[in-house]
Design a binder for this molecule. Structure first.
Ligand code: 13P
Ligand code: SF4
Length: 344
């Protein structure tokens, strides 16, 4: 949980964000820029109390949102738990549409607002419900495991949902030896390799989708950086290619990546994921050094403070998550299966 003052000054915001310098000028905070951001931040924080609202923010979203108005920041698993457990009447989900949908699936009685300007993402858009139904006919007897980065309609057609923090554990625990994983092909390949390494014998097929941010990274980038910085720790996300994963020191969800950096003595890190995690590193661990570059996710970065304020004051129909009740119930069963296997 992030603690917030009701009203902050430009100086306080600047002090908090001044170490962040990633993504060119996108995440770079001068005192002048902070003075422009503060009135909106203060208005959102006031309105939050009036509406009894909570703001959930994925780590990839811009730092002024994470540290200015966010109540919780985390990976998709932690945020879906926060969404399930919150006592707030209104959930504002600054991330991507399908994360807001997950909050609504678990909280049908609450208002869920999504400020993102762009719907979906390359991964979630790679598959739809009709395609899952077709695959189920093609792969009878398989347990369909969907990544959380899918729409509610796709979740409704599957058996169990997973996130980057529990995919291996869940696939190992599911009492089925035939698994169809969707939609990420790179994560699917990593899953096959990891099950083999763990001695788990299951037949695993996977779909063809990919995340445009993570598929960009290659092993050559790691080799180059290791030549220049021999002590660097390479930290990557399981949406990266198997070659990147094989040459990484640590692979995990965004929250696990941050946890690894917190606990690792090393001073230099190459982060193979979206820039939001690099900015969290610069803010929260200023003594550690980032080497190499990071990549921006245009979907996560399409959240703005202005849109958060707008959806809280006067939401348009597309800002409010509304789900067909039959779809919601079936998708809830898939998400509950994830919590069941994670707890086991
Ligand atoms: P995490 O669950 O690891 O935060 O991943 C979400 C995501 O969108 C990665 O691209
Ligand atoms: Fe989708 Fe990739 Fe962006 Fe995550 S980083 S939201 S998977 S496009």
């Amino acid at each position: 949980m992030l603690t917030k003052q009701r009203q902050i000054t430009p100086e306080q915001l600047h002090e908090s964000l001044k170490n962040i310098r990633v993504g060119g000028t996108v995440c770079h905070y001068s005192l002048k820029k902070c003075a422009e951001l503060v009135p909106v931040i203060n208005e959102i924080n006031e309105l939050k109390e009036e509406l009894n609202a909570v703001i959930l923010v994925h780590s990839y979203v811009s730092p002024e949102i994470v540290y200015g108005v966010g109540d919780y920041v985390g990976d998709s698993y932690a945020l879906s738990k926060n969404a399930m457990e919150t006592k707030a009447d209104v959930i504002v989900f600054a991330a991507v549409r399908f994360m807001g949908e997950t909050a609504k699936i678990m909280n049908p009685g609450k208002e869920v607002l999504i400020p993102t300007a762009l719907d979906g993402c390359t991964l979630a858009d790679s598959i739809n419900a009709a395609e899952v139904r077709r695959l189920r006919r093609q792969f009878p007897g398989y347990t369909f495991v969907c990544y959380i980065n899918t729409t509610a309609e796709v979740k409704a057609e599957c058996d169990v949902c997973v996130t980057s923090s529990n995919v291996y554990k869940i696939v190992e625990r599911v009492p089925s030896d035939k698994i169809y994983f969707l939609p990420d092909k790179l994560m699917g390949q990593n899953l096959v390799n990891e099950m083999y390494a763990r001695g788990v014998h299951k037949t695993i097929s996977y779909y063809t989708g990919a995340c445009y941010v993570h598929e960009e990274y290659g092993q050559d980038q790691i080799f180059r950086i290791r030549t220049e910085y021999p002590n660097v720790k390479v930290v990557s996300h399981p949406e990266c290619s198997p070659a990147v994963v094989a040459h990484s020191d640590f692979v995990g969800s965004t929250a696990e990546m941050l946890g690894y950096m917190r606990e690792t003595e090393s001073k230099e890190f190459l982060m193979l994921t979206e820039c939001g995690l690099s900015s969290r590193l610069q803010k929260e661990f200023p003594e550690k050094k980032l080497v190499g570059t990071c990549t921006l996710c245009r979907y996560m970065k399409s959240n703005t403070l202005e849109d958060i304020l707008r959806v809280m004051k006067n939401p348009a129909p597309r800002d409010r998550v509304v789900l067909d009740e039959a779809v919601r119930r079936r998708a809830a069963r898939t998400i509950e299966a994830m919590f069941h296997y994670t707890r086991q």
